[in-house]
Design a protein around this ligand. Sequence first.
Ligand SMILES: Cc1ncc(COP(=O)(O)O)c(C=O)c1O
Length: 386
Amino acid sequence: MTLKIGRGAAAPPFLVMDVIAAANARQAALPPGGPKVIRMEVGQPGTGAPAGALAAARAALGSGDPLGYTEAFGRRSLRERIAAHYRDWYDLAVPVDRVAVTVGASGGFPLAFLAAFDPGDRVALAAPFYPPYVNILSALGMTPVALEVGPETRFQPNVAALDRLDPPPDGLIVASPCNPAGTMLHLDELTEIAAWCDRRGVRLISDEIYHGLHYDSPIATAAALSPHAVVVNSFSKYFSMTGWRIGWLLLPEDLVRPVECLAQNLFISAPHISQIAAEAAFECGVELEGNVARYRRSRDLLLRELPRAGFDRLSPAEGAFYLFADITERSNDSVAFCARMLAEVGVAATPGVDFDRTRGNRFVRFSYCGPEGDMAEAAERLRGWR
Ligand SMILES: Cc1ncc(COP(=O)(O)O)c(C=O)c1O
């Protein structure tokens, strides 16, 4: 007898995990003390949680607090601190009741999608994209609609591309700075998109996880531009707390109660200890800005040096810690290209196929969140490689 398997089982792998495994295997095969594999495939800060967050977590562990479930939307004090963050960074007053603490941005996506959309709904997003957007939507029975964008719009969607969608979508996901291109939607562009969504009754979901990691232009939050937008954010990137699995949603009024009910059922609450650490992380600005300065230097170095190594078609990255390289002139098979780069010069990067199913064979994503010295070394190794 064959039992039924649900559509969620069709979710494709997140291929970067395979690249990580290959880089680990390559490192293990190298002689100890010799040159190491340079990790430019991973998208997580190597720095760990800031010292103040660690101290708060240690104190909580020693306090006798049982650290049980919190309310589904999180500890009140953390929600208040997140609301204050909008005042500090964006000069925006945010009602605490609209802040929902989640299990990372990843935990926020199914909550937002389930509350905002029905199975069969069409949700637009730019391609290249962060793969889980598409994989989660598909697992939930929604239809992702990829808008193929390129360097002419800095790999971001615009109103002209949205206007061409017939029928119009039910939702739109944007990310600025985005993964994998590291490019941004500037205030005027996001304003236009938010207004377009509001005019058409399209629910805007804005992934703002890379806010804080922006180097040239100011960031804009969709929360200031539309009363209907859902903002997704996280402590994983700027706050350097990936494994603590903590993030937040900023919800429009009509989705507060639906998301609360979903969160109670799906997650109960985000990890309590992480909520305490995250609240303290807001006071660690000096340490965190030190990380940002390092990323900025690495970005500048790679934008200068990678073209000398034959990667001369790079995304104009203004944020996050990624560069998306068009390798059309060098290869039509980014998986094989990355495998050869790893084998021959020990530089691990992610093939674009993860992010764009039709054109990703011609792109590679370089992540520069690793040690600064490694980035210079990678550029050096790649200069001598063809
Ligand atoms: C654009 C984007 N959104 C969301 C996430 C997931 O973040 P979290 O660790 O908060 O679940 C990532 C992780 O790389 C990402 O790049």
